[in-house]
Design a protein around this ligand. Structure first.
Ligand SMILES: *[C@@H]1O[C@H](CO)[C@@H](O)[C@H](O)[C@H]1NC(C)=O
Ligand SMILES: *[C@@H]1O[C@H](CO)[C@@H](O)[C@H](O)[C@H]1NC(C)=O
Ligand SMILES: *[C@@H]1O[C@H](CO)[C@@H](O)[C@H](O)[C@H]1NC(C)=O
Length: 625
C-alpha cells in the first residue's frame, strides 16, 4: 500500500525550507511544544539544522545574557544533546559506510601523557558532518583543478548538485542570497569545523590557505606534492596551522632536501624553536635521495628538536643506508620521546654498521647523551628493509639503546637462521630486565626449522610473557610441530601466526598430540598449511582448550568434506567467545548443501564461520592438489 505523508511531515518540510531560505522568526520555533521541536530537529536537512543550531547558541549566550527562567534554561540546554543526535543521524544517512575519520594516532594510545588524545577523537557530530562534507567538496574540486585546462580560482569551482542536495538546498529555492554552488561558500560557512583534511597537490596552492583561514587543522594528509608551487602552497597552509597541527602525512610526493627543509621550517610557530608535531609520515615518496648534494639540515633538526614527536614513519621511500643513518643519528642526538619508528620497505642494508661506529662498543661505556636517546622507543618496524644477517648483528647492538622496546617487526628480510640467532640474546636480556617486550614478527625471513626451534625454545623461557609471535611464511616443515606445541604449553602467547609454514597433516597430528590442557590464545592464524582433516581436528581441540580464543584463521588447508562435522561439533561446545572462524579456500569441506548447518552459529548477530564464496568454489584454486 502506498504511504501517504502525514500532515506533520508536510508542515516540517515547509518549515525547514523556510528556515533555509529566510531569517525571520527562527527563534519562535523553540517556543513550540517540545515534541514538535524534537520532530523538526530530527527531520531537518543539514542547512536547516545548522541555522537552528546557530539560533539556539545565539539565544543562549547572546543578546539576552543568561536565561532567568531555569526550567526553560534546562530544556534548552538539553537541546544540545538533541542536536548532536540529529547530526549523528544525518551523518550516518549520508555516509552509511562511515568516512575515514581522525583515528587516535598510534603513539597516542600510549601512556606517555599525551594530552591531545581526547581532542582528536570526539563525538561532536556537527563538526564531523561538516568536516566530511567539505572533504567531499574538495575531492570533487580536485578533479576539476587537475584538468590541464583549469586556470581559474579554486574557490569558484562549482560544487555538484548531488552534494548541494545532500545538505538540503534545492535549485528551486532561487531567491536565496547565498551562492551554494561555489566551493568558497562551503569553505567560508563550514571551514571552522574542519580539523582533518586530505589534500591532493592540485589544491596545494596559496588560495587554499585563504579558503581555510577559519580552520584549525590538527591533521593533514598531502598527496602528490612535487613541484615548487605545491611545496610553497603546502608550506603556507602548514604555517597557518602550525599552532594546532599534530599530524602530518605525505603520500606519493617528491621532496628533495630543499623542499623538506622548507616544509619543516614552516612547522615552527613564529618566534618559537619548537614544533608541536606528534606524528610525521612520508610514504611511497621520494625523499633524501642519496645522489643529492644538499643536506636536509632543517629536516634533521626538526627530528631532533621536537619534544612532541612520538611517531616517525618513512616507509617505501627508496631510502638508502646513508639516509637511514642520517635520520637515525638525528634521533639518537635528540631528547625526543619518539615511541614509534617505522622504516619499512626501504633498501637500508648496512645502515647501522655506519652509525658513527657507536654500536661496536657496549652501551655502558658510551656517552650519557646517547644513553638518553631511544629510551622511549616502543615500536620498531624494519619490515622489508633488505636486511641481512650482518645487519641483525648491528641491530642487536643498537637495540641496547632501546631498553623499552615492545614490538619488533623484522619480517620480509632474508636474515636466516644466523640472523635470528644473533637476536635471541637480546630477547632474553630484555626479559631479564623485566621489560615489556611483547611482540615479535619474523615472517618470511628464510628461517629453517632449526633456527625457528631455537627461537621458540628461548622464547618459552622468557621471564616476561610474550603477547604476539609470528613466524609465518617460513619453510619450517612438520618438524617444527613438536617445539611449537611445547612453546604453546610454556609461553603465554595470545596471538600466534603460523600461516604457511608447511606443517602438513603430520605437523597438525604432532601439534595435537602435544597440546597443553589450557591455552591462553586469543587469535591464531594457521592457514595455508595443507593440514587436511588433521587441521580440522586441531581446530576442534583449540576451541575446546582455549577458552579466550576469538579468531581462528584456518583457510586453505585442504579440509575434506568430513571436516565440517568436526567443526560443527566444536562450535556446539564453544563457550561463546569465538567471533570468527575463517575457512576460506577449503572448498571441499563446504558444499552448499551442508553449509546451512553453520548458519546457527553466530556472534553478536554475525555468522562465525567465513566460507569460501560460491563463486570461488566454482573455480579450482592454485594450490589444489
Ligand atoms: C649530534 O650532536 C653532536 C654534538 O652535539 C653534533 O656535533 C652532531 O652534528 C649532531 N649530529 C646530528 C646528526 O645532528
Ligand atoms: C636461505 O637459507 C639457506 C640456508 O638455510 C641458504 O642456503 C639460502 O641461500 C638462503 N636464501 C637466501 C635467498 O638467502
Ligand atoms: C593470517 O594472519 C595474519 C595476521 O593476523 C594476517 O595478516 C593474514 O592476512 C592472515 N592470513 C590470511 C590468509 O588471512
Amino acid at each position: 500500500m502506498r504511504e501517504f505523508p502525514s500532515l506533520l511531515s508536510l508542515c516540517a518540510k515547509v518549515i525547514t525550507m523556510e528556515v533555509i531560505c529566510g531569517d525571520q522568526h527562527l527563534q519562535d520555533i523553540f517556543e513550540l511544544p517540545p515534541d514538535l521541536v524534537d520532530y523538526l530537529l530530527m527531520h531537518s536537512p543539514p542547512l536547516a539544522l545548522q541555522k537552528l543550531h546557530e539560533v539556539l547558541k545565539f539565544e543562549q549566550c547572546g543578546r539576552h545574557g543568561f536565561f532567568s527562567d531555569s526550567v526553560k534554561d534546562g530544556r534548552k540546554r538539553g537541546r544540545y544533546g538533541d542536536f548532536n543526535t540529529a547530526w549523528k543521524i544525518l551523518f550516518h544517512s549520508r555516509w552509511p559506510e562511515g568516512v575515514r575519520q581522525i583515528q587516535p594516532i598510534d603513539c597516542m594510545a600510549d601512556q606517555d601523557g599525551i594530552t591531545s588524545h581526547e581532542s582528536m577523537i570526539c563525538d561532536d557530530w556537527q563538526q564531523m558532518y561538516w568536516e566530511a562534507h567539505l572533504q567531499d567538496c574538495l575531492d570533487e574540486a580536485a578533479e576539476t583543478a587537475l584538468l590541464p585546462s583549469f586556470g581559474g580560482c579554486i574557490g569558484e569551482i562549482m560544487v555538484s548538485d548531488t552534494i548541494v542536495n545532500f545538505i538540503g538546498y534545492k535549485g528551486d529555492m532561487g531567491h536565496s542570497t547565498h551562492d551554494y554552488s561555489s566551493l568558497s561558500y562551503h569553505c567560508q560557512q563550514f571551514g571552522c569545523y574542519v580539523r582533518y583534511l586530505r589534500l591532493s597537490s592540485a589544491l596545494c596552492v596559496a588560495e587554499t590557505c585563504e579558503l581555510f583561514r577559519d580552520s584549525k587543522l590538527q591533521r593533514l594528509v598531502l598527496r602528490g606534492i612535487k613541484s615548487k608551487n605545491h611545496v610553497d602552497g603546502a608550506c603556507k597552509l602548514l604555517n597557518q596551522n602550525s599552532e594546532t597541527l599534530l599530524s602530518l602525512e605525505f603520500i606519493h610526493c617528491r621532496l628533495p632536501p630543499t623542499a623538506l627543509n622548507e616544509i619543516c621550517d614552516s612547522l615552527y610557530t613564529q618566534g618559537f624553536h619548537r614544533h608541536g608535531i606528534q606524528y610525521f609520515s612520508v610514504k611511497s615518496s621520494r625523499i633524501l635521495e642519496s645522489n643529492s648534494d644538499s643536506v636536509p639540515t632543517r629536516f634533521l633538526s626538526f627530528l631532533s628538536s621536537g619534544r612532541s614527536l612520538c611517531a616517525l614513519k618513512l616507509c617505501d621511500n627508496r631510502l638508502g643506508p646513508n639516509s637511514a643513518k642520517m635520520v637515525f643519528d638525528a634521533l639518537l642526538n635528540s631528547s625526543s620521546g619518539l615511541s614509534t619508528l617505522d622504516l619499512s620497505d626501504n633498501y637500508i642494508a648496512g645502515w647501522l654498521s655506519t652509525v658513527d661506529g657507536r654500536f661496536s662498543s657496549c652501551p655502558t661505556s658510551s656517552s650519557s647523551a646517547i644513553d638518553k636517546s631511544l629510551r622511549s622507543l616502543h615500536v620498531l618496524n624494519l619490515r622489508g628493509s633488505n636486511l641481512r644477517k650482518n645487519d641483525v648483528e648491528d641491530l642487536k647492538s643498537a637495540l641496547a639503546y632501546a631498553p623499552n622496546l615492545q614490538s619488533l617487526d623484522i619480517s620480509d628480510n632474508l636474515i636466516g637462521d644466523d640472523g635470528i640467532r644473533s637476536l635471541i640474546p637480546y630477547f632474553i636480556d630484555a626479559s631479564e630486565r623485566a621489560s615489556t617486550f611483547v611482540d615479535i614478527k619474523v615472517e618470511n625471513c628464510n628461517l629453517s626449522c632449526i633456527g625457528a626451534t631455537q627461537l621458540l625454545t628461548s622464547l618459552s623461557t622468557l621471564k616476561s610473557p610474550l603477547n604476539t609471535l609470528s613466524i609465518a611464511d617460513n619453510d619450517l616443515g612438520s618438524d617444527i610441530a613438536a617445539p611449537l606445541a611445547k612453546f604453546l604449553g610454556t609461553s603465554h602467547v595470545k596471538v600466534l601466526n603460523i600461516e604457511d609454514i608447511e606443517l602438513g597433516p603430520s605437523g597438525f597430528l604432532e601439534l595435537d598430540k602435544g597440546m597443553p590442557e589450557a591455552l591462553e590464545l586469543v587469535r591464531i592464524n594457521l592457514s595455508k598449511n595443507r593440514g587436511g582433516i588433521e587441521a580440522a581436528k586441531y581446530v576442534y581441540k583449540l576451541i575446546l582448550r582455549a577458552p579466550e580464543l576469538a579468531v581462528i584463521n584456518a583457510g586453505y588447508n585442504f579440509m575434506p568434506a568430513e571436516s565440517l562435522a568436526v567443526i560443527c561439533s566444536a562450535l556446539k561446545l564453544s563457550k561463546g567467545k569465538l567471533e570468527r572462524l575463517d575457512l576460506t579456500g577449503n572448498t571441499r569441506c563446504c558444499q552448499p548443501t551442508q553449509v546451512s548447518k553453520l548458519a546457527e552459529f553466530c556472534f553478536r548477530g554475525k555468522p562465525i564461520v567465513i566460507l569460501p564464496s560460491l563463486l570461488a568454489s566454482a573455480a579450482p584454486y592454485d594450490d589444489d592438489p
